[in-house]
Design a protein around this ligand. Structure first.
Ligand code: SAM
Length: 290
């Protein structure tokens, strides 16, 4: 009889404080045939702290693609493995995407063991809206590309989450203040769960100033959380739509004009549709889908 397929466990590990390794993560790491990790020395130390001996296989950014076929074969033959990264949740600004995509695509069993993640930990204490948030990981290090990336996310209402290295924090905040607005509320969460954990709150401009003045603020690992674009007052939106819609309706089929106007103003499509109808009897091909 063919041996049952193995499971690929995707296991979150601490982002600083070892007490954050869950009992389930510990059990899975102790039970699997192999632990796939970015850095065998680092993961070896983590496992040793919990008295776990495991066969470690290095899977990092530069060798992941090459490793995938062999690992899929082992899984299909019944081998079980745990994927971890240096810290936090694998695949979140960390390797593992190619392996998980391939394993899931091959119909293999892929299961999460959830736990620490710096982005979620920062959001949980930021005190900024969490009903909608967008994770952007690391922005490009070069100023022009970083500003362009910030431009592309500046209009959305979602809370924004970024990873950044300490040394780039001042430049990051200066660019963010220039592009997103000096007064946008922001939170800098650094060294979470570690000895020097600190959370600074303020406007983007005040955090830029603080990161420039205080070298301690620039030390260690950091997550930046920024409030979404402020909602425009209803009358302002209405006035904007009344200017936009006639111009768009002249150039585009009505349904496309409505869709584009809704996208540009962030207004619900139904509302834009009703306004378009009321302008001069346009019928944008029936009400839009929800
Ligand atoms: N996979 C990890 C996770 O789940 O958070 C993230 C890995 S990414 C390579 C490393 C970045 O995560 C750091 O540069 C920093 O932006 C953020 N980070 C990791 N640990 C952190 C901590 N203890 N406090 C604040 N930020 C942290």
């Amino acid at each position: 009889m063919a041996k049952a397929q193995g499971t690929l466990w995707v296991v979150a590990t601490p982002i600083g404080n070892l007490e954050d390794l869950s009992p389930r993560a510990r059990r899975v790491l102790a039970e699997v045939d192999r632990v796939l990790c970015e850095d065998t020395r680092r993961t070896g130390r983590l496992l040793a702290a919990f008295g776990i001996r495991a066969e470690l296989v290095s899977v990092h950014e530069h060798n992941e693609s090459d490793r995938v076929p062999g690992l899929l074969t082992l899984l299909a033959e019944g081998s079980s493995m745990a994927l971890v990264s240096d810290a936090g949740t694998p695949l979140v600004s960390d390797p593992g995407f190619r392996l998980v995509q391939a394993a899931a695509g091959a119909g293999l069993d892929v299961r999460p063991v959830p736990g620490p993640c710096a982005a979620v930990a920062a959001l949980s204490v930021a005190g900024l809206p969490t009903d909608r948030f967008a994770f952007h990981g690391f922005l490009p290090p070069r100023a022009a590309a970083r500003r362009a990336a910030l431009e592309s996310v500046s209009a959305g209402p979602s809370t924004l989450v970024f990873y950044e290295t300490g040394q780039r924090l001042q430049a990051f905040f200066e660019d963010a203040a220039a592009v997103l607005g000096r007064d946008r509320p922001a939170v800098l969460a650094r060294e979470l769960t570690k000895l020097h954990e600190s959370v600074y709150r303020g406007s983007l401009a005040s955090l830029a100033e603080m990161a420039g003045r205080d070298p301690d603020v620039r030390r260690g690992e950091a997550v930046v959380v920024v409030g979404g674009a402020p909602a425009q007052p209803a009358e302002e939106n209405e006035a904007l739509l009344r200017r936009l819609l006639p111009a768009l309706l002249e150039e585009l089929p009505p349904s496309r004009a409505v869709r584009l106007a809704a996208k540009l103003t962030g207004q619900p499509r139904n509302r834009v549709y009703r306004l378009a109808m009321s302008l001069d009897g346009n019928d944008p091909e029936g009400p839009p889908e929800a």
